[in-house]
Design a protein. Structure first.
Lengths: 293, 417
């Protein structure tokens, strides 16, 4: 019985980090209907910003977290203002294709840039929560507790933002019907930019939260991108609660699969779950069918 | 991510690397391969005064995380340093570096890199890389008759009879399992009553290969000791599920065979799931001696044991001192292997008195040359074909936070087989 409890706790803690990794992707896909290949690199950027603030400059980790998100957000604004937000000059590109290709190029440049600027070493920094929690024979360290709390807070905050702010409602309107939103007086270009900036800040926030747990290094963006895609497809493309539930489910299934079936298929259990869910519900757990006009 | 995806796109755009056959290595043939093989190294060295063309080498190594980039950087510096020192000397063997490629610990990227090096005329591929990269690139190298010097890749099949131009100057999975881990497990069984060995391994040719070898040998030769193993994806950062699985087996020791980021992260995560400190953690190579270990692991790393191939504070021999003078610091064993691979190549060229690739490869089978890490000669036995004849192996301990290789204490010295 205790083994089962341990497996559930580990699964949920692993899953909470998956949810965190997926949040920025959810926002971009939900609002812009585009795939952001540079998501993992924004995660890495947040990790380095947090490392330098909390680790090198010894700023309180609680302050360093929003600082990392803001630094990345500014970078994201500049990126959108001068690159992603430009209308494609080649007519064969539509906006989604242009976004995809440019973010892909940005990802390669950022990965190389990280290596040149930050060096190749694994970096870590102190977590926000500096205490351990004993539960079912497990010792959840401060870094792990920070990640769990951070993922829950980030999901709740983003949900509230989408529901109760004018900008958030604008994002939802764009997600539902871009043309309709424009007709209703929403500045789609400006709100798209703000959604992109928000997604970059969220990715960086996740990177900052998880740096004490997983460390940061050039190339650390691979897993958040791959896991993020799995989670948002499972949870429903564009669904914020879906990201949380999807992340937790993937974490649980993967942990249970490793412990009770075989570790040789680690990483595959989540994809099996995704396939099963998509067979039953093609739009994912919390996805909704949309009509393109 | 960028690297992986760009590799896929480039591969699909350019077609298979194998389909675009690079030009054959340049040939400066003054003797045939069979002639070279029949000549003893010392005789040829004394006789060779030919004005040989520079031997072209290509460096393929891991220069960026999450692979073992520290080792790659050290290896690349050692090879470049060797070429500088050698070319300034009076040896008839000279070298030209035709390119340095970062494999990014990605087999597809590694194959592209090798393709470029071969196109540039590389006659030998050198550098430290993971077994996954070496396994992916070796067919291309062997197909072209190009020499490969294996140092950091431990997969056994890299130097089997199907790869007659591959020579190993570093450790191998089976060699480590047989000469290092097996006697250590036997020793722990006798002294501490060890009953269960946990293996945490990444799903790479290195991780799976070494896990299989240790499992087989312990099951065959150490009755009463059971093996519990857990595998994780090589790019994973959270291995708590695998550690939880190992915890259920209640192991006395856990050997961590890993290269990527999880190698460090597994240590605090083992404490998290309650596996450590009850189970003694053992790193399967000397990664705890690198500075980022303590930054990532903190106090959880205290008391970690690790396997290494040189004793701490071993004085440098003449070759090692030349290396240290060139590189500006005492070289690690990985750098020594990279340097020694070049020494072996040089000895082969001098013995063959030729830069013909086949002649050099044939001559290398008979060399015996002093390198920074000891004598380099290659076995022709079926079991360890073209492997280093002898590799000393130690198990060491880091007692307190911040300790480096110089502070380690030797817990076990594997007996010479």
């Amino acid at each position: 019985m205790r083994d089962v409890a341990e497996t559930i706790v580990v699964g949920l803690t692993v899953g909470s980090t998956y949810a965190l990794m997926a949040l920025g992707l959810v926002l971009i896909f939900g609002v812009l209907r585009s795939i952001n290949f540079a998501h993992g690199e924004f995660y890495v950027l947040g990790g380095y910003a947090f490392y330098y603030a909390a680790g090198t400059l010894s700023i309180s980790p609680l302050l360093a977290l929003p600082m990392a998100a803001v630094v990345a957000g500014i970078f994201g604004w500049l990126l959108h203002r001068f690159l992603l937000g430009l209308r494609p000059t080649l007519s064969r590109f539509n906006n989604a294709d242009y976004f995809l290709v440019v973010t892909f190029a940005v990802a390669i440049l950022m990965e190389s840039g990280s290596l040149i600027i930050f060096g190749a070493n694994y970096r870590s920094a102190p977590p926000v929560i500096d205490t351990d929690l004993q539960i079912f024979g497990l010792t959840l360290g401060g870094a792990r507790l920070t990640a769990i709390a951070g993922s829950v807070i980030a999901v709740l905050a983003l949900t509230a933002f989408m529901r109760f702010t004018f900008t958030g409602r604008g994002w939802r309107a764009i997600a539902q019907n871009r043309l309709g939103a424009e007709v209703s007086g929403i500045d789609v270009r400006r709100e798209s930019r703000s959604a992109f900036v928000g997604a970059v800040a969220l990715a960086a926030f996740a990177g900052a939260l998880l740096t004490p747990l997983f460390s940061v290094y050039p190339g650390a963006g691979v897993q958040p991108l791959a896991t993020g895609f799995l989670v948002i497809v499972l949870g429903g493309m564009g669904s914020i609660p879906g990201a949380l539930v999807g992340g937790l489910l993937v974490g649980l299934v993967d942990t249970a699969g490793v412990v009770y079936i075989s570790s040789s298929y680690s990483g595959i259990y989540g994809f099996v779950l995704m396939i099963v869910v998509l067979l039953v519900k093609p739009v994912g757990l919390f996805g909704t069918k949309t009509r393109v006009i | 991510m960028g690297a992986a995806l760009s590799a896929v796109l480039l591969l699909s755009a350019c077609g298979s690397s194998e389909s675009s056959a690079p030009p054959s290595p340049s040939v400066d043939s003054s003797v045939t391969a069979s002639e070279a093989a029949s000549a003893s190294a010392s005789e040829s060295a004394a006789e060779c005064s030919a004005d040989l063309e520079p031997f072209k080498i290509g460096i393929l190594t891991t220069l960026t995380p999450p692979g073992s980039y520290q080792l790659g950087l050290e290896a690349a510096a050692a090879i470049e340093g060797f070429v500088d020192v050698n070319n300034a000397g009076d040896s008839p063997a000279k070298f030209e570096i035709v390119g340095k490629e970062d494999d990014k610990n990605d087999p597809a990227v590694g194959r592209q890199g090798v393709g470029r090096l071969l196109e540039n005329g590389a006659q030998a591929i050198v550098g430290d890389m993971s077994s996954a990269i070496a396994t992916a690139t070796q067919p291309l190298v062997t197909q072209q008759g190009v020499i490969s010097i294996i140092s950091g890749s431990w997969a056994d099949e890299l130097t089997d009879a199907a790869n007659p131009t591959a020579f190993r100057v570093g450790a191998s999975n089976s060699g480590l399992a047989l000469n290092g881990i097996l006697p250590y497990v036997k020793s722990l069984k006798e002294t501490d009553g060890l009953t269960t060995v946990g293996l945490l391994t990444e799903d790479s040719p290195y991780g799976v290969g070494v896990s299989d070898e240790i499992t087989r040998l312990v099951q065959e030769q150490v009755p009463g000791v059971t093996i519990a193993n857990a595998v994780y994806p090589a790019d994973a950062t959270d291995v708590t599920p695998q550690l939880l699985k190992l915890k259920a087996a209640n192991p006395d020791i856990v050997i961590i065979a890993a290269v990527g980021a999880a190698r460090n992260l597994a240590v605090p995560q083992a404490y998290e799931v309650g596996l450590a400190p009850e189970a003694q953690l053992i790193a399967q190579w000397n990664w705890p001696t690198y500075p980022d270990f303590w930054e990532v692991v903190g106090k959880d790393g205290e008391g970690i044991r690790y396997v290494d191939f040189e004793a701490p504070n071993t004085p440098l021999n003449t070759v090692g001192q030349t290396m240290a003078d060139k590189l500006g610091s005492k070289p690690s064993i990985w750098a020594q292997w990279a340097w020694d691979g070049m020494e072996a190549l040089k000895a082969g060229i001098v013995a063959a008195c030729s830069t013909d690739t086949a002649a050099v490869a044939a001559a290398m089978e008979n060399i015996s040359v002093e390198g920074a890490s000891g004598t380099i000669s290659f076995s022709s036995d079926e079991g360890n074909y073209h492997d280093r004849a002898y590799m000393p192996t130690y198990v060491l301990n880091l007692a307190k936070q911040g300790d480096g290789a110089a502070d380690a204490t030797i817990l076990f010295t594997a007996p010479q087989q």
